[in-house]
Design a protein around this ligand. Structure first.
Ligand code: SAH
Length: 262
């Protein structure tokens, strides 16, 4: 399927680590480089969000190591994951660190890049389609459109490590640009209230996109002042992206024609 005139794919040398994003779910959203890496790796250290169908593309005999970080459940500390990558690379294996979405969007990819550098190991970065842009696009929510916005904010609803939130929501509200929330669920009511204090209208369009690009994908339309309640009533769970702003309302305009990702 790859045309003969496609650029050559890099060799995956033993002892190297590749930090790759797997996109939001559907294996067809892998980049060519990520697919290549999955096929070459001796060991794949993956997080909890990686679709099983993606992991099943590995080479026969490749080892899978789960380094899942998922809210509420026990998961390895970042330092342990870094140490695991270093250990396997030093043992001369081709190590693929595979993350959901893009490794550098709320993915701790930079921590790992720094740890590998400190350990004197060579690594490569393979970006992926991030859930907050690609998962939402599949649901008919553009990151930007000419008539609605000239900027978009990607924000973490809470920090995966301790559940706290760093953002100044009132200041973000004053930008008047759509906000795409990762890890939104724990703080949803508080964030929605702060955004309204910052000046966003209570009826600002909002949408929850759960499990984008997976078999369980679900989109719930809402508005800012009803977000937490709508999420609760619809039983929306993780992983979920919340979009707040004019772009969230656009999907209705194309609903009759938009073919689902399947
Ligand atoms: N690096 C990832 C984000 C990791 S943070 C990326 O670039 O997409 C984890 C958060 O990502 C989840 O809490 C959720 O908000 C979001 N997420 C990841 N995959 C998702 C999916 N398939 N559908 C909806 N949200 C997703």
């Amino acid at each position: 399927m790859i045309p003969a005139n496609f650029p050559a794919l890099p060799e995956f040398p033993p002892g190297e680590v590749w930090l790759a994003g797997a996109g939001p779910g559907d294996p067809r959203l892998l980049t060519v480089l990520a697919l290549h890496a999955i096929g070459c790796a001796d060991v794949i250290v993956h997080d909890a969000l990686i679709d099983r169908r993606v992991l099943d593309l590995r080479a026969a005999g490749a080892e899978l190591l789960s380094a899942g970080k998922r809210g509420g459940r026990p998961s390895p500390k970042q330092g342990e994951i870094n140490a695991l990558l270093v250990e396997h690379a030093r043992a001369g294996r081709r190590v693929l660190r595979l993350k959901g979405g893009d490794p550098f969007v709320f993915g701790r990819g930079w921590d790992e890049a720094a740890a590998l550098t400190e350990a004197g190991l060579r690594f490569r970065i393979i970006p992926g389609l991030t859930a907050g842009l690609a998962g939402t696009a599949l649901a008919g929510i553009p990151a930007t459109s000419r008539d609605t916005n000239h900027a978009v904010v990607l924000a973490a609803g809470h920090r995966a490590e301790d559940g706290s939130s760093d953002a100044d929501w009132e200041a973000l509200a004053r930008l008047g640009q759509p906000i795409v929330l990762y890890m939104p669920m724990a703080q949803l009511a508080g964030i929605a209230a702060a955004l309204q204090r910052g000046g966003l209208a209570p009826d600002t369009p909002a949408a929850l996109v759960q499990s984008a690009a997976t078999e369980d994908e679900r989109v719930v339309d809402s508005r800012l002042d009803a977000l937490a309640e709508d999420a609760r009533r619809a039983g929306v769970g993780s992983p979920c992206i919340v979009v707040i702003g004019a772009t969230a309302g656009l999907r209705h305009e194309v609903r009759g024609s938009l073919v689902g990702w399947r």
